[in-house]
Design a protein around this ligand. Sequence first.
Ligand code: SF4
Length: 309
Amino acid sequence: MVEILRANEMGFCMGVRRAVQIMEHESAEGRPIVSAGEIVHNPRVVEQLEKVGVRQLPGPDEIAGDFGKATAEYVKNERVAITAHGVGEKVLRDIESAGLEIVDTTCPVVTRAQRFAQKFVRDGWHVLIFGDPGHKEVRGTIGWAFDKKGEAKATVTAQSDLSHLKKMIEEFPGGFPNKIGVMAQTTHKMEAFAQFVSNLMLLQRDANFEMHVVNTLCHATTGQQEEAAALAKIVDLMIVVGGQKSANTRHLREVCEEQGTTTYHIENPDQINPEWLKGKVRVGLTAGASTPDSSIDEVENRLIELSQS
Ligand code: SF4
């Protein structure tokens, strides 16, 4: 029989739980809301919210130009909910200008990162974000890093290795700024961010160079990654549950694989291949920050069922 072990910390984080609760509460109060884009990167959660009346509209990612004006065409008597990933300042102003009411569920950890980006630019620093340039949260944070002339003062890079950073510095349009505010996408891995910062320091030894590093990593995510890594070390197989588009779930899988443990990332129990459990003694279970308890329980029950067959 295979033993199934759960990570000490996994599943819904504070930010996602809060966003879902706000939307459920507002809908139950009879004050309809629509969500600007996918609420969280988890199809199950999106489906559950649709059942209580939360409509989902195309988000700022899908609509170019005046987001507020375009959104107003879809909205009836509803208010517009900003999702936990947050949006840029222009998107917020567009919605307000279109006369729509906003329900802001941006995670406080993301808001903190946005405020830092805004402050850096106001103080004349260039913002350098270690993260995925295409991720919703990152694009929202960049949206707070525009100067008074409307010029973007942020650069995003997903890689931390010396050769990539050297190239970035050498080819930086107009020369690499000598005042850099460094931040990370909130769900990034701590080790990777530390390497990013350390490599930047190795490359930029100019006496005039100033680097202000802000730890914008999310404690919930860091804690989940540490617990997943600890569990991965003592099991033969790790199962990570979460949406395929969820960045923090992908990072959990990477963390487990870094321990040398075979790891599978699944969204639901139907994706478990019974062959995976053959010859295994212990199987670890963890889940991304946007994965509801019900999904984790279903996967655990299926694993228990298979382990007894
Ligand atoms: S993972 Fe962290 S930053 Fe992202 S929504 Fe959850 S608490 Fe907020």
